[in-house]
Design a protein around this ligand. Structure first.
Ligand SMILES: C[S@@+](CC[C@H](N)C(=O)[O-])C[C@H]1O[C@@H](n2cnc3c(N)ncnc32)[C@H](O)[C@@H]1O
Length: 270
């Protein structure tokens, strides 16, 4: 497997990177054991862990779900992936999983953190099947135009929102943003979406959310019904929208601590 080449029409420079405020991509990278994070990210990450130790179970289970779902989609014949809010390429990442399951699978990763884009620049060139686009997911037309350089939207695409829509406030209408992407997809495409939930420890998660806001980061865990609305009425594949550890677990049985991962995930077919 080869590494991705970068692509962005606006470009990014180290000067664009605010290291003094925590950024979700880098906080998440810290939790996953990556090295692309700064003191403000680590301080925020450690504070969240002290407050909510279940966060580690949550991010690990979310990543394991992502791997299972991508493999499932490759098995279903999908060869194109549009990974919105892709994050830093902490391994195993989307292009690694997709291209080992389906060599030649095309992957466009989209994120608004300039570090994600610069990271892609530092990787060896030579992978014509992967692009990194620095963009805000709310700029739907811009993202689709950039992704269209690599992806053929007349053919099925897996549209991925893995653990990123909880970084949008209600005022952005996350379900409406997903809907705008869905209109660009051909029949036979899939929507793969996971989202943090506040249902298991409302007080602690809301306190974490408020603290994140004070530090300049948005994190809004939501209830199952709110997450379901983001599927915009599409029919979910079995087992529906469930805690990610309960979605087609390896060996068929969820781990006993599956309910420590507070994130819902599901896959729907267009
Ligand atoms: C929790 S991480 C998830 C990363 C990856 N999808 C995964 O599950 O491993 C959320 C990602 O969403 C990105 N993000 C947040 N708001 C965004 C926005 N408005 N546009 C694009 N990306 C955004 C963050 O930079 C971060 O990389």
């Amino acid at each position: 497997m080869t590494e991705p080449e970068r692509q962005d029409k606006d470009g990014a420079s180290p000067a664009d990177i605010r290291t003094d405020i925590p950024h979700p991509a880098r906080v998440y990278d810290y939790w996953l054991g990556g090295k692309d994070n700064f003191p403000a990210d680590r301080e925020m990450a450690q504070w969240v862990l002290a407050m909510t130790p279940e966060t580690l179970d949550t991010v690990r289970a979310n990543r394991q779900w992502m791997v299972r779902a991508i493999r499932f989609l490759c098995g279903a014949g999908i060869r194109q992936f549009l990974d919105i809010g892709a994050g830093l390429p902490t391994s195993p990442n989307t292009y690694e999983v997709a291209q080992s399951a389906a060599p030649g699978a095309r992957v466009v990763s989209v994120d608004n953190d300039p570090l994600v884009y610069l990271h892609a620049e530092a990787l060896p060139a030579g992978n014509d099947s992967t692009r990194v686009v620095q963009a805000d997911m709310r700029d739907v037309d811009e993202v689709l135009a950039a992704a269209g350089d690599l992806l053929d939207f007349t053919q099925p695409v897996a549209l991925m929102f893995v653990g990123c829509l909880h970084h949008l406030p209600d005022s952005d209408e996350p379900a409406g943003i997903v809907a705008r992407y869905l209109t660009a997809l051909a029949p036979g495409s899939f929507l793969m979406l996971s989202h943090a939930t506040d249902e298991f420890a409302p007080e602690r998660t809301h306190q974490t959310s408020a603290e994140a806001a004070q530090r300049g980061a948005i994190w809004i865990p939501r209830g199952k019904d709110d997450v379901l609305r983001m599927f915009n009425g599409l029919e979910l594949l079995d087992p529906g929208l469930v805690l990610v550890s309960c979605w087609r677990p390896e060996g068929g049985t969820p781990a006993p601590d599956a309910d420590r991962a507070w994130v819902y995930g599901g896959v729907a077919r267009l």
